[in-house]
Design a protein. Structure first.
Length: 621
């Protein structure tokens, strides 16, 4: 089924009877690589055709829908139509001329974009994709117009009748009728960036309008000044950010060493030189981190020339846009590997064009499969070959054993192009010491490579910033634990800590419910992943965030509360996997760390023992 960005239910509610017939036929006959909009303003003059259909293979089609009956038509010329109405006879513009004017205006608008036209050859200056227009007469049948001169004024190849909207019509036949409306037809498959560029022109309201945004279409403009982000980097980070250059680059860094900060700087830098038809793509594993990076880039005035996606959401975009067939699988967990396999095969065969992006930046590469990284190398434009990969073995929370990174095997040139960041600038010495002590078995052997091609695990080093000693709260039950945590959050907020500077991390969503209730009683604004139909955080809204340990990867907050430690490890979960996950959670804190439990487990005992040891060390006992 076609994709309706406005929402199928919303479109259905807005349609009149004739438009609804067209909507149902589009829904029934078009596959999911089609985008369909209804009655939306187009371009600077805000013209509103009834339907806009966009396909990466067919191009752009504008449809006008008329619900006229046989008795409605009184007279017609090539310019106007006279209708019998309840108000008497009225004259309207010829619908084909109306649709043509819309289409030509749209084509003229897009032809001004050098990234959507042929730059050379016999088609120089012409659009790189076909376009067309047509009229759907939802109330007229072929029998109604038989024996008249209807076809002379309304050519059959540019008009659909009610017969074409029948449920019995073969979808392939309906598609052929639509494609016959294109005045010019030639083979061209739009890349995802080109498709989004067309959307940018079609719908001005979709454009990101950020104060201080750069105009990347002006290639003659001077390079923008270096952003203020450099002011918080140390010398090593600044040097890495400034000298990444072209080609493949790998940054191997400990938690809190500034990997994501460098990625954001790099994305800002590349945005100034990105071609809008080949934007910069940022891939992450964690959806929450992808949302946060996207929000930070928009705050810094970076527009749609930098796209941030999770790897699986990008794959889903490709599957829908290129109508790839993913075999039916029995459950959701099996769907994702099947989807990735289909996209990988389509990239290898060229069915999905490679080289679609000026540059690719991969965060959380430690959670990527080898096959994913091989796919990633195909996405980069070979003319730039610009790829940045960031990872940290110690944060690879989706596997029990340490991973051996052999980048050469996945097509990434890492030898001589790798920078190692050992210093943790995020966490205080006390927080980092506790995190490292709890995860010490995971970090054993740090600095030792097992083979010539393997980059050794990084043992994080503290930048020396001091703070409060982490606290472990042990409550009698979940209600008491929730009340104690909410009390601490309320006290911190009363003392001047902004709500958005606090986060509560839990192993599973069910652990959040009592905490939400306790916070609500204290009127503490919150956003919770446990909320019904939750999809994204609103990072601009002042509120305490409740999220899972997995979703906290890559994020940071001044005050972090890790709740429900008794749930670690979960059933059938190895203790070392739980320790790795807890290490990631602890190192999200930049100032204060509070841990809590309302029961006991192997992990609670490990934290208590580690906290005693770290407390003695810092107290000099």
């Amino acid at each position: 089924m076609a994709i309706f960005p406005q929402g199928l239910t919303n479109v259905d509610q807005r349609c009149n009877t004739g438009e609804r017939r067209v909507l149902n036929q589009l829904k029934r006959c078009l596959s999911d690589d089609f985008l369909v909009w209804h009655n939306v303003p187009l371009g600077p003059r805000a013209r509103q055709p009834d339907f806009v259909v966009l396909s990466p293979r067919q191009g752009v089609l504008l449809l006008e829908v008329k619900g006229w009956k046989k008795a409605t038509l009184a007279n017609a010329t090539r310019d106007a139509v006279t209708l019998n109405t309840e108000r008497g006879r009225v004259t309207e513009a010829h619908p084909l001329r109306q649709a043509r004017d819309y289409a030509l205006e749209l084509a003229h608008l897009m032809q001004a974009d050098p990234l959507l036209v042929h730059g050379e050859g016999p088609f120089r200056g012409k659009l790189i994709f076909p376009y067309g227009w047509g009229v759907v007469f939802s109330g007229l049948t072929a029998a109604d117009v038989a024996g008249s001169d209807f076809a002379e004024l309304f050519p059959a190849h540019q008009c659909l009748l009610r017969d074409d909207l029948a449920d019995t019509l073969d979808p392939g036949d309906f598609g052929q009728r639509l494609w016959g409306m294109f005045t010019v037809s030639y083979p061209h498959t739009l890349t995802l960036p080109q498709r989004d560029r067309i959307r940018w022109h079609l719908f001005p309201e979709l454009r990101v309008s950020t104060q201080g945004a750069l105009d990347f279409s002006d290639t003659t403009a001077a390079a923008p000044a270096l952003p203020d982000l450099l002011q918080v980097m140390d010398l090593q980070q600044e040097q890495i950010a400034r000298t990444l250059g072209e080609g493949h680059r790998v940054i191997h860094g400990a938690a809190g060493s500034g990997k994501t900060m460098i990625l954001i700087f790099r994305a800002q830098h590349l945005a100034a030189a990105a071609r809008p038809d080949r934007p910069v793509l940022v891939l992450c594993f964690n959806r929450t981190l992808a949302d946060r990076i996207g929000a930070q880039l928009r705050e810094r005035g970076v527009g749609e020339c930098v796209q941030v996606r999770t790897f699986h959401s990008w794959c889903q975009d490709v599957v829908r846009s290129y109508q790839l067939h993913v075999p039916h699988v029995p459950d959701r967990d099996a769907y994702y590997p099947a989807m990735v396999e289909v996209v990988e095969r389509s990239l290898e065969t060229g069915f999905v064009p490679g080289g679609q992006y000026t540059a690719l930046l991969v965060d959380e590469a430690h959670d990527f499969e080898d096959a994913w990284l091989r796919m990633a190398t195909r996405l980069v434009n070979p003319d730039t070959n610009s790829m940045l990969v960031l990872y940290d073995d110690a944060q690879s929370i989706y596997q029990s054993k340490r991973r051996k990174f052999n980048f050469a095997s996945v097509g990434i040139e890492a030898r001589g192009r790798t920078s190692v960041l050992k210093m943790n600038y995020r966490s205080t010495a006390e927080v980092l010491a506790l995190a490292v002590h709890c995860a010490q078995s995971l970090l054993d052997g740090a600095g030792e490579a097992r083979s010539e091609d393997e980059i050794p695990l990084v043992q994080p080093a503290s930048a020396g910033r001091r703070g409060a000693m982490p606290v472990l709260i042990q409550a009698r039950d979940e209600a008491e634990e929730a009340e104690l945590l909410a009390e601490r959050m309320a006290q911190a907020h009363a003392a001047g800590t902004p709500l958005q500077d606090m986060a509560v991390l839990c192993r599973a969503k069910y652990l959040m419910k009592p905490i939400e209730q306790a916070m609500a009683r204290r009127k503490l604004a919150l956003q919770s992943m446990n909320a019904q139909a939750f999809r994204h955080f609103d990072w601009a809204r002042p509120s305490i965030k409740l999220l899972t340990l997995h979703s906290a990867k890559g994020l940071e907050f001044p005050r972090v509360f890790v709740a429900g430690l008794q749930a670690l490890p979960m059933k059938d979960e190895p203790l070392e996997d739980a320790a790795r996950l807890l290490y990631v959670a602890m190192t999200r804190a930049t100032h204060e760390l509070v841990l809590s439990a309302h029961g006991t487990s192997a992990m609670v005992e490990r934290v208590r023992t580690s906290l005693d040891s770290v407390t003695r060390r810092f107290s000099g006992a």
